[in-house]
Design a protein around this ligand. Sequence first.
Ligand SMILES: [Zn+2]
Length: 581
Amino acid sequence: MKLLFLHCDYIKFKPLKKALKSAGELSENEKKEQEVKECLVVLTAVEKGDSVKNVKDLIENVKDVAGQVKAKNIVLYPYAHLSSNLANPEIALHVLEESGKQLKKDFEVYRAPFGYYKEFELKVKGHPLSELSREIPASKIAKSILSGEIKIESKGKESVDEKIDIKQLLNEISKSRLDTSKLRDNDHRILGQQMDLFSFNEVAPGMVFWHNNGLVIKDELIKFWKEVHKKQGYKEISTPQVMDKRLWQISGHWDKYGESNFLTSYNNRPFIVKPMNCPGGMLVYRNGTKSYKDLPLRVGELGIVHRQELSGVLAGLFRVVQFTQDDAHIFCTEEQLEEEVIAIIDLIDFFYKKFKIDFDHIELSTRPEKRIGSDKDWDKAEKLLESVLKKKKMKYKINKGDGAFYGPKIDFHVKDSLGRTWQLSTIQLDFSMPERFELEYIDKDNTRKRPVMLHRVIYGALERFIGVYLEHTNGRLPTWLAPIQVRVLSFTNRSDKYARQVIKKLSEIEGLRIDSDLRDVPIPGKVKDAELMRISYIVVVGDKEEKEKTIAVRRGGKIKAFKIDGFVKQIKEEIDKRQSL
Ligand SMILES: [Zn+2]
């Protein structure tokens, strides 16, 4: 960390506009010009390898200098220009926030907004101590990780002399950051808490911790996907999570995204955590000779990919760093292309009708500046996608320059609870990846030809789809997708025995997700809990039901009496047919 101390008569500063997309919003007061008199301005650049561990050093330095110049007012001023090796903004902000908090014990502390362009004016006192610079080295551990030098010696000796304070670390990673004050009631992050679906933790920014209930939804969506795709003639593969850098140089991902990929190494060879499934799929295609009879070859992969995003833009399940794509690649001849694109559009239509989600709009994204492949191929590809859209009489708008770096695409967008739109399905046409990987098939006349390919996803990212779908339904999922499909409640403890008989009978339905609430508390409380969990059917049994051998079934506020067998038949059919609500 680099620090420049300026002992000033005054400093005035005013934020102008965001310098970082991820910068937080400012309050009305923070937007105004601020003036602090008789102060020690601490221009600060937090560098790679720094962490909250360096806060202690920063405080010591501030106390030292402030003591010498007898300053009572401290202005913490983020100043990136002191270093060319800056930490990522989230860490820098965290260090500054923490330093500010701790300095408040001894000083009047002011913080200039982080991540904004600011105009500022200050008058430095002329005395010998009025300008001082200090450098705080990054912690030893962080430094050795950065330089790849970390070594743990085998004889139980730690090569780093720092003692690790587990309690402190646990405290650091246990902070929950979800601020629900600005969220709508049907925001998927609130539903996620109420229904116990998933959580996030700062040890893995933008990566989902799926709880049992959330994983049920994800798995059911995958099961449905697999059944439909099998019927549509898709094969399925699974390729490795990390692969040699050379593969990504061939595919072009290295050139395009470079170090913003997640990098790792093995046997002194650089590896990349896959940001896309395609290159792995190319290798599977190359493994064995293909004939024209194999085409069109439709190969699906529910692959987990990682892409670096600025931490400030991460938003629950909508924008994540790690996600599961319902990817597929279709290898075919140019003549087969149109039919295949139409088939994908029909498949997308089938899925979204099933979920009763309407698209907000459809975009045709054309060639970006940074791209691979010849202009001739781009012309052909863009023309083909547009002609299919016209043929299908679909409304679309052109999104100029926003295509993938290997081809143009058709994107399908939907709205969330705040009216923002998110891309889910996409179809991308690609002439260049088969070229780069020298894919071939043997044609009728025994000559080797190059296939073209389509990349496509239907859900897009399972995570984003689930977020959008939760908001569309306010968590009231169709029964086949509901994490808990039936909950049995006893009116009073007198009915517990009958309730157990009912549970036993209903549990004969294979795979039914059923639980019970036989607590000795008033029934309205139990019903409320079950409704908050968005359980499909709330079955209540009391004296009356026991006598009549029936059950009272609650759904969406309405109550209906059933014979058990009748209910079994109805719910079984509903789940088997994956009925929509
Ligand atoms: Zn792909």
